[in-house]
Design a protein around this ligand. Structure first.
Ligand code: GUN
Ligand code: ZN
Length: 494
């Protein structure tokens, strides 16, 4: 067991957890946001992040401090917590991001890790190589080998109680990400950031991010805290949490504010395009877009940064509440409607339904069918797997209508789940709230349920009595099952 992390609640692969940060002597509740504090440009003071926004943890760049005549000595003498007037946990990055932006940096893993330790960082980072997306496989492999050597080197540096990140690289190759994660998990390092996703996020490639996180998670144990490095836009938090990410760092709140950009859970707006503020935070409740427009640049930047942070933290709380209530996937579904690329991300997520199913709680309060993607949720897969293991005998009617005495048993059929014994009607997820007007995918999945049941029980005789199923669903019902349309054919009992 990794001692620093404990999961409290699951929903899908999303979880509420506790990250123990021994050097700061604090426990951080996850999913958590780490606001990025730029030592040179403090848009909002760290003390205020803690007092006003409830920040339990932040991230800053040790390499910027290492190279700064202004801060280096102060950081070494006073320590980061005094320098920043912040009592929570402080994570530091190593300069890898600068490496990916500028091609080289003048420090190595041993030296920068030691420096992070010496300035009082609570979670340090080796110099991993953030290989960009879509590079030739040879480059991804070579750079991953270097990253892995550096993780092994990091294990040998005496960093006391400081936790150490083990970044997972591998570009856009899922198999490399998975083996990178296995290797990282096999080290004695503590926290597992999925690296080099910033270029994907900047290009709205959310489906690719989902696939890479899924691959990384396959290589990690459930007790591994996972950080999505450089992900700070609240529109994708629910999606990333549902895939199993626990930590996020946001420079977005400050960077976007500098460009008059306004974050929302549905995407980004330019201040000049807003006539109203679609938000309840203190800034938006007491200003109009015109008010902000009339302020000087510095004041406007600061107010926008405050709003951006409020939505960012607000979305994190909404996500945690959704995990507690067991409706995180409904929240993801809502967010997926904010932008077509988010919809692709959600479709990629349900492609991994079986992976999510492993940690998804067996019982939740309610299943709301809200979109065609609901038909592919982990709960539906789980029911289909169960159907393959049930063993009814004799002549079984699978009916969307009433029971019929002429059969040994009548089971209910409910799209997207398919058949189940009537006495399971009130059991999650079969008690789902389902719209009257369903889409074809729901019926196709119901047919898949019929198929799994029939193929698992070749000796039983099944008859399906259905109302209005599309051709694509009926075509998926195996030939061994008799079918009967209710309300149309002679002898109807519905
Ligand atoms: N910040 C954003 N992406 C990365 C990454 O891949 N590695 C490190 N160390 N920092 C990052
Ligand atoms: Zn606001």
């Amino acid at each position: 067991m990794r001692e620093c992390f404990e999961v409290r609640d699951y929903d899908g692969a999303g979880r509420i957890g506790e990250l123990d940060v021994p050097r700061a002597d604090v426990t951080v509740e996850t999913p958590a946001l780490l606001p990025v504090v730029n030592p040179h440009v403090r848009t909002i003071e760290p003390g205020e992040l803690e007092a006003e926004f409830g920040a339990e943890i932040l991230i800053t760049n040790a390499y910027s401090i290492y190279g700064s005549e202004e801060y280096r000595e102060d950081a070494l003498e006073q320590g980061l917590h005094d320098l920043y007037d912040f009592s929570g946990a402080i994570m530091t990055d190593s300069g890898s991001f600068q490496l990916s932006e500028y091609g080289s940096i003048d420090v190595d893993t041993e030296e920068i890790l030691q420096f992070q330790h010496d300035i009082g960082s609570d979670i340090g980072t080796p110099v991993d190589i953030p290989t960009p997306p879509d590079v030739p496989r040879e480059q991804a492999e070579e750079e991953l080998t270097t990253t892995q050597e550096r993780l092994e080197l990091a294990e040998t540096v005496d960093t006391g109680e400081m936790l150490v990140n083990a970044p997972i690289q591998g570009s856009t190759y899922a198999d490399l990400r998975e083996s990178a994660a296995e290797h990282a998990y096999g080290t004695s390092l503590d926290v597992f950031p999925v690296g080099a996703v910033v270029p994907l996020l900047n290009n709205y490639r959310f489906a690719d991010v989902v696939d890479l996180v899924a691959a990384s998670k396959r290589g990690l144990g459930e007790d591994a805290p996972v950080h999505l490095f450089g992900a700070g836009h609240p529109m994708m938090f629910a999606l990333a949490v549902a895939m199993g990410c626990d930590l996020f760092d946001s420079a977005a709140y400050a960077l976007y504010a500098r460009d008059d950009r306004y974050l929302t859970v549905r995407g980004t707006e330019h201040l000049e395009d807003l006539d109203y503020f679609p938000c309840e935070c203190p800034v938006c409740a007491s200003h109009t877009p015109d008010d902000l427009d009339a302020k000087n640049a510095l004041e406007r930047e600061r107010l926008l940064a405050e709003h951006n942070l409020h939505v960012t933290y607000g979305e994190m709380r909404r996500i945690k509440q959704a995990i507690r209530r067991g409706n995180l996937l409904e929240l993801v579904e809502t967010r997926a409607r904010g932008h077509p690329t988010m919809l692709s991300g959600y479709r990629a997520l349900v492609d991994h339904a079986e992976q999510l199913e492993a940690t998804d709680p067996v019982a939740k309060e309610a299943f709301f069918y809200l979109s065609t993607e609901s038909a592919d949720r982990p709960e539906v897969h789980r029911h289909h797997d169960r159907l393959a293991r049930l063993s009814p005998e004799g002549e079984i009617l699978l009916s969307e209508g009433d029971t019929n005495e002429a059969y040994d048993e009548t089971w209910r059929v409910v799209p997207p789940f398919g058949p189940f014994p009537r006495d399971l009607s009130d059991v999650y997820p079969l008690n789902a709230e389902i719209p009257e007007r369903l889409d074809a995918r729901a019926y196709e999945q119901a047919a898949e349920g019929v198929r799994r049941l029939a193929e698992g029980n070749p000796d039983a005789a099944f008859t399906l009595a259905y109302h209005d199923w599309p051709e694509t669903a009926l075509a998926a019902v195996p030939d061994s099952v008799s079918t009967f349309q209710l309300g149309v054919e002679e002898g109807d009992w519905d």
